[in-house]
Unconditional design. Structure first.
Length: 230
C-alpha cells in the first residue's frame, strides 16, 4: 500500500471491508476504531453502510486490495453515494495493483502496452471475457490475468489458454505470482505452453509476455524498442 493509504487507515474512525483484507491491516487500525467486515458478494451492502456512516459525520475508510479503482470498491462507493444523494466528500486513494506488483517481481514484462483481464465471471459473462481475450490476443500486447481460477471455477482459465494459444507463440515467456505482496509470496517464470500445468488459484496473477519478451538473468524483459548500441 502507499504511505497515503496507510495514513488514511490509521486515522479512520470506521474501517469497512472484506474480512480477509481487514485481517491484513488489523495492526494499523486505530484501537478505538469501529471495524465493519463482511464476506465476498456483499460489496453493495458494505458500500451502503460506509456511505451511511460517513453521512453520520464519521471518517470512514473502505478497504480494497491493490488499487481501489482496479476491480476494487471505488466505483460502487461513488454509485451508492450518488444514489443516496450524499454530499460527503469522497477521496479515492490509489494503491498498487497486482499487475504492477507482479511485474516488478518478475522483471519488466509490462514495459510497453499491455491489457488486464479478469477471468472471474461472477460479474462479467464468460462470453464477454472470451471475446476480449480473443481480440487482445491478436494485438501482440502483454496480457495480465486476474482471478484466473478457483476450486469450483476452472473453465475460464482453460478457455483463456485455448484462445491465447491460437495467436501467441507457445514458447512466449509467462510469469506466475501467487500471494503478491503478502506472506507466502511465490513466483515462477515459464512459457505459455506450460500454463495449465502450474499451480494457479484466485490469489494468482498471471503475466503473459509479447513477441519481444525475453528471459534475461532469470527475469522477464519486454523490449520497448531502444537500441543498446550507438
Amino acid at each position: 500500500m502507499t504511505t497515503k493509504a496507510r495514513k488514511a487507515i490509521e486515522e479512520a474512525s470506521i474501517v469497512v471491508g472484506y474480512g480477509t483484507y481487514i485481517k491484513l491491516i488489523q495492526d494499523i487500525v486505530r484501537k478505538d476504531a469501529e471495524i465493519i467486515s463482511g464476506t465476498m458478494g456483499k460489496e453493495v451492502e458494505r458500500a451502503k453502510i460506509a456511505v451511511k456512516k460517513a453521512n453520520e459525520n464519521h471518517t470512514v475508510v473502505m478497504v480494497s486490495s491493490g488499487d481501489p479503482g482496479v476491480y476494487g470498491m471505488a466505483g460502487i462507493i461513488l454509485e451508492v453515494a450518488d444514489q443516496e444523494k450524499t454530499q460527503v466528500p469522497i477521496e479515492i486513494i490509489p494503491g498498487i495493483t497486482a499487475a504492477s506488483s507482479a511485474s516488478a517481481i518478475l522483471g519488466a514484462p509490462l514495459i510497453s502496452d499491455f491489457a488486464v483481464i479478469s477471468l472471474s465471471d461472477l460479474l462479467t459473462p464468460l462470453e464477454k471475457i472470451e471475446k476480449r481475450l480473443e481480440l487482445v490476443s491478436q494485438t501482440d500486447m502483454s496480457i495480465v490475468l486476474y482471478n484466473p481460477q478457483s476450486q469450483g471455477r476452472i473453465e475460464p482459465l482453460i478457455k483463456a489458454y485455448e484462445i491465447m494459444i491460437k495467436y501467441i507463440n507457445p514458447d512466449t515467456p509467462i510469469g506466475i505470482v501467487r500471494q503478491v505482496g503478502r506472506e507466502g509470496q511465490q513466483s515462477k517464470i515459464t512459457s505459455l505452453k506450460n500454463l495449465l500445468n502450474e499451480e494457479i488459484d484466485m490469489v494468482t496473477t498471471i503475466v503473459i509476455g509479447n513477441s519481444s519478451t525475453k528471459i534475461i538473468n532469470n527475469k522477464m524483459v519486454t523490449k520497448r524498442g531502444y537500441s543498446l548500441t550507438d
